[in-house]
Structure formats: C-alpha cells, structure tokens
Design a protein around this ligand. Sequence first.
Ligand SMILES: N[C@@H](CCC(=O)N[C@@H](CSC(=S)NCCc1ccccc1)C(=O)NCC(=O)O)C(=O)O
Length: 209
Amino acid sequence: PEYTIIYFNARGRCEAMRMLMADQGAQWKEEVVTSDDWQKGDLKKAAVYGQLPGFKDGDFTLYQSNAMLRLLARNHDLYGKNPREASLIDMVNDGVEDLRLKYLKMIYQNYENGKDDYVKALPTNLGHFERLLASNNEGKGFVVGAHISFADYNLVDLLHNHLVLAPDCLSGFPLLCAYVKRISSRPKLEAYLSSDAHKKRPINGNGKQ
Ligand SMILES: N[C@@H](CCC(=O)N[C@@H](CSC(=S)NCCc1ccccc1)C(=O)NCC(=O)O)C(=O)O
C-alpha cells in the first residue's frame, strides 16, 4: 500500500503512525502543509473536519489520527488476537488520547502559566499507564497481549514527548521507563528515531515542547 501523511511540519498527531510504519518496514510519503498553504483554505475545505492530519492508503483518504492508527493496525495485524484484546487496546489508546489532549491544551493554550501544574499532575496521569503495563506479563512486554499493538506506538510517542517536557517524569515508574527504552530500541524503530526526518521535526506546531 502506498501510504501518504498530509500534515504540518510537526511530530504531533502523526509521530505514532510514523513509528508504527517504520517499525513494520512500511514506506510512506510526507505531504508537508505550510501555514501559508493552510491559510488558502482549499485543504481545510477538503478535510472532513476541517483539520489535519490526512492519510492516504493508495486512492483511499482518511482523517482522524486515531482512525489512521486503527487502519494501520488492521493492515499490519497490530490489533490483538481477539475482540477482548482489541477492546483492551482501544481502552489503552483512548487513555493515551485523553492524556494527549491534556498535553496539547497545555502546550498550545497555557504553556507559560500551566506547565508547572501540568508536570505536578504527571505522577497521577502516568501512574495509570504504569499499572496497566504491570498488569500484563509484569510489564516486561507490551501494554496488551503478547505482541505489539498500535496502542504501544501511541503510548511510547506520548511518553517520548513527556520526557522532553519533564526529563524525570518516569523516575517513579520503572516499568514505563524500561518499556520506552525496550520499544524504542527495536531495530527498525531505533533507525527511524535516530534519523534526521524524526530528529529535525518539531514536536508541536508552535515550537513549544
Ligand atoms: N481529532 C483530530 C484533531 C486534529 C487536529 O487537532 N488538527 C489540528 C492540527 S494538529 C494539532 S494537535 N493541533 C493542536 C490542536 C490543539 C490546540 C489546543 C488544544 C488542543 C489541541 C489542525 O488541523 N489545526 C488547524 C485548524 O484546525 O485549522 C485528530 O486526532 O486527527
């Protein structure tokens, strides 16, 4: 399948799917949208919800970043082995989305005044994921089941961003800390994470991190 990401120049809501595709050995193209392009309005009019990212799988076009992750999961067998595992994967991904939204609101709307309180609340917000990980194979593998799923890529991407925001945020969470290192050192993913394509892309669209 010919994958294309249509997005602003940022990791943002696309980095989890980039990590998934890299780790799965899939190729993709980037259509980078500048704010000038976006101001013209045509792209915004064509977008289902007037927003980016967009994703193309051949002649098929999709919006909503979590729907894109789920399409990739269905294409690459990254959605668990049965409906119960799939629902647990959804439960984790929804929790990642909840925390991502809190993070984005702080980054885009309240960075200067809200960062400290946000970081102070991290032990509570990250504690949920430490306990989730602990509940599966003593936290030694993936967040759900015996194989990697799209929720792992989304969670690891969000944790990467939090390690930039607050480098010590995982010091109280040994399982999450080992998990991020373990997943990030998977050979194809490690190669992507050390590429300029990844390293040179800003985490967020407003230059804050
Ligand atoms: N639910 C959608 C959300 C997509 C989205 O927010 N897109 C943003 C860009 S991606 C992003 S994370 N932007 C930050 C959005 C944000 C700001 C403040 C609080 C929370 C989020 C966008 O297109 N903005 C331009 C516009 O709306 O005209 C998805 O997951 O794809």
